[in-house]
Design a protein around this ligand. Structure first.
Ligand SMILES: [Zn+2]
Length: 377
């Protein structure tokens, strides 16, 4: 198959190398650094906000909308005002996306891209929400999906990916061993592509649409502060890219991490680079990432937005989860990190009176039944 040509390219954030957009690259072939998508229009075309779901952002997406409008109804999630500790905040409910997590945004755009460049099989490594999201959008795009998981992963978390038709391959060893097994399987198969949510720059391009939606849901206004549960950083970097593309000034971006694993908060506090931090036990399983794959872009987003990092204890996380559930908002504990961080900031006087605050609600409570059952008992 002849691969289509695109008007954009990949650029290595670390060494500056450029790579053609139709190359199945996911990291820099020269220095193994993180890639970003460059060469798209700088600003969202507002009159172009027609179409459906997240594809209304097509003017700044690397691939055109699917012929049938959306693949699975991705995008257009509600932004709801709620009161937390006496303050009004807005919750962006990406927990209501088709597979139940924000990762659907990245998976939809990445699956569409891989379909257009002629991949037949996508290979991912994940034992959680990314596996379900990639498996669902692979199914919708007519691609095979293979998921590499740690042999120790809980089978319950993989049911959803298996239901979508993904093949699940358990790998003995560390999380890195699993990633390497997936990468070498993709390298040795010309029809396959490594569709990593942690590495692939096209994934972030899909995720950034949550920021576009927030901007328009606030009536074409930028929020003042945006709080994001952050592990690998795709939602955080996506927020930075997305809010920048609205043409208004970038809101303050806050990365919320569990105390049990907070390499980004630690780097922000100490003014150093992001280094690996061994993860302790936490309910916020989605953010247990010892070393994010996009450190340069995360730090740039923090500095560019005059942002901050907030670490959340397990008690604070439990309390924020219970508060959301008691309001009728059913989230997995990872997705309550933003609310927990907001309460900490408010207590410290770090939220201005009357500020417009948006919190990214990243995953649905239906994902974490056993954990939530334990919290309630
Ligand atoms: Zn490089």
């Amino acid at each position: 198959m002849v691969r289509p040509s695109f008007a954009w390219h990949f650029r290595c954030v670390v060494c500056g190398a450029t790579i053609p957009a139709n190359d199945l690259a996911w990291q820099c072939p020269r220095c193994s650094g993180e890639l970003s998508v460059e060469g798209l229009p700088a600003q969202l075309d507002r009159p172009g906000l027609t179409g459906h779901g997240l594809w209304r952002s097509a003017s700044v997406l690397p691939v055109p909308a699917p012929d049938r409008g959306t693949m699975l109804g991705e995008g257009d999630t509600p932004l709801i005002p709620v009161e937390i500790d006496g303050a009004l905040v807005h919750l962006k409910l990406d927990s209501l996306l088709p597979t139940g997590s924000f990762k659907d945004r990245g998976a939809a755009v990445l699956a569409r891209y891989l379909q257009l460049v002629g991949a037949r099989r996508i290979i991912v490594d994940s034992s959680g929400n990314a596996a379900a999201a990639m498996a669902a959008f692979a199914a919708a795009a007519g691609l095979e999906c293979v998921v590499y998981v740690p042999a120790t992963a809980s089978p319950g978390k993989l049911v959803q990916a298996r239901a979508y038709g993904a093949a699940v391959i358990p790998i003995e060893g560390s999380r890195d061993d699993v990633a390497h097994a997936a990468q070498s399987a993709a390298d040795s198969d010309d029809s396959a592509s490594y569709a990593s949510h942690n590495w692939h720059p096209v994934f972030v391009e899909g995720v950034k649409t949550w920021a576009h939606e927030v901007h328009y849901q606030l009536g074409g206004r930028q929020p003042d502060t945006v709080i994001v549960p952050t592990g690998g950083g795709s939602s955080f970097v996506g927020a930075w890219r997305g809010f920048r593309e609205t043409g208004a000034s970038i809101p303050r971006l806050i990365a919320a991490q569990p105390e049990a694993c907070h390499p980004i908060v630690r780097a922000w506090q100490s003014g150093t680079s992001i280094t690996s931090m061994p993860a302790e036990t936490t309910m916020a399983e989605g953010t247990k990432i010892a070393l994010p794959s996009r450190p340069a872009q995360i730090l740039e987003a923090l500095s560019d937005s005059d942002g901050a990092g907030v670490a959340v204890s397990e008690d604070e996380l439990t309390s924020a989860s219970k508060l959301l559930w008691s309001m009728g908002v059913y989230v997995e504990p990872t997705a309550a990190l933003g609310v927990a961080a907001f309460r900490i900031m408010k207590q410290q006087g770090d939220v201005q009176e009357g500020a417009t605050v948006v919190i990214h609600i990243t995953g649905n409570g239906l994902k974490s039944t056993p954990v939530i059952d334990e919290v309630l008992s």
